[in-house]
Design a binder for this molecule. Structure first.
Ligand code: ADP
Length: 371
């Protein structure tokens, strides 16, 4: 059968849509499909792969009514299932239009948020419960000043812990809202190292942990100074917290190709191989009892990982139990050569960063279906 003609202008309109678009003829042959439709695995040869979608096309052809549905596609490139929203509508008397939007990422983000809320509520219960019990204990020990002092000290510790937890939850939610996608700026690595070390200096001194940092490298990275300071600060905090008194924590900086490596090394308790995989998970603590003593929340490293990823970098870890650990933050170096005249500000950023806001959709030409 000769394929029906595609109405004038339709191809151009479909090419600028973000959704995958497929045009199907009366004999179920794909007449045109956009590049994303092929990438999503909607079309193979000149046919729709997904039987659910093909069935929707037939129903629409029968009664001319627009249909919408959520589908799970399993036949695409790569083996992971894709969650999509499909909208099928008659385009002309003979053609049916299929528009499919990939919602996999949104669904994943929603699931992560749901888990996060549950975890936060659970984590908040511990210090709140402890404070309630301690308040009762203080009431009962009213005529024993020494006990009152002891309980008050513990209340203070629990309150600090609660404060840290709330602060880290707020930091993490802010990161998730992608606020970091402000225009990245030049961040001096020397200033970053100095700020991260300063944050921990009092703690380190009280335990005779020597802090060593390079402060004359002249290197710079691109990103958000506040977030990078939190990330590097968390690594230094951990290095000090998980090290015995009298040891050394060092921050070393190295330029490697077009990245900067910031390595925080300690001579502390180390992490076993099985645990290494899990330490970046939210609320994961290797030793909850010890974490209680150090006031750990289990959120520090997930913040580091998030900041690294959203800066287009990564975090690496090396560790041997009872020997020490090294965490390396790999970040894109600041490039002093300015953007080419007429370049869109932040364009490089969007490309390098996985969570960056998508740049304006570039028109994807509709392709003739290949048979
Ligand atoms: P926490 O607030 O408990 O420190 P993190 O997310 O920062 O949470 O770290 C997760 C776990 O990883 C910690 O509970 C700790 O057991 C382990 N860890 C992190 N950094 C180090 C380190 N430098 N040395 C040893 N163990 C570490």
């Amino acid at each position: 059968m000769v394929a029906p003609p595609v109405p004038a202008g339709v191809a151009a309109v479909l090419a600028v849509l973000r959704s995958s678009a497929v045009l199907v003829s009366p004999d179920d042959v794909v007449v045109k499909a956009s590049t994303p439709a092929y990438e999503l695995g909607l079309v193979r040869g000149d046919r729709l792969v997904e039987t659910g979608l093909a069935e929707m096309v037939r129903q629409v052809r029968r009664d001319g009514l627009i249909r919408e549905s959520e589908l799970v596609l399993t036949g695409g490139r790569g083996s992971a299932a894709r969650h999509v929203h499909a909208r099928v509508a008659p385009l002309s008397s003979r053609l049916v239009l299929v528009l499919v939007e990939d919602r996999t990422r949104e669904r994943r983000v929603e699931a992560v948020r749901r888990d996060f809320t549950v975890n936060v509520s659970h984590e908040l219960k511990t210090p709140v419960g402890a404070l309630t019990l301690l308040a009762e204990a203080v009431g009962e020990a009213a005529d024993d000043p020494e006990a009152v002092h002891r309980f008050a000290r513990r209340m203070r510790l629990e309150a600090d812990r609660l404060g840290r937890l709330v602060q880290q939850v707020v930091e993490l939610s802010r990161l998730q809202d992608d606020e970091l996608l402000d225009e990245p700026v030049r961040v001096s690595v020397d200033a970053l190292v100095a700020a991260a070390l300063d944050r921990t200096r009092t703690d380190a001194e009280s335990r005779s942990v020597e802090l060593v940092g390079q402060d004359d490298t002249g290197l710079a990275v691109r990103g958000n100074a506040g977030q990078l300071e939190v990330a590097l600060g968390n690594l230094v905090d951990n290095a000090v917290a998980y090290s015995p008194d009298g040891t050394r924590v060092a921050v070393l900086v190295r330029a490697v190709d077009d990245t900067v490596h910031l390595t925080v090394s300690d001579q502390g308790v180390g992490i076993s191989e099985d645990e290494l995989e899990r330490i970046f998970e939210r609320f994961y603590r290797v030793d909850p009892a010890r974490a209680r003593a150090t006031g750990g929340t289990g959120l520090g490293l997930s913040i580091v990982k998030h900041v690294a990823a959203s800066h287009g970098g990564e975090v690496r870890v090396w560790s041997v139990e009872r020997t020490g650990s090294s965490f390396t933050l790999v970040l894109p170096a600041w490039c002093d050569v300015g953007p080419a005249p007429g370049a869109v500000p932040g364009a490089v950023w969007s490309a390098a960063s996985p969570t960056a806001a998508p740049s304006a959709p570039s028109p994807t030409p509709l392709q003739e279906a290949t048979s």
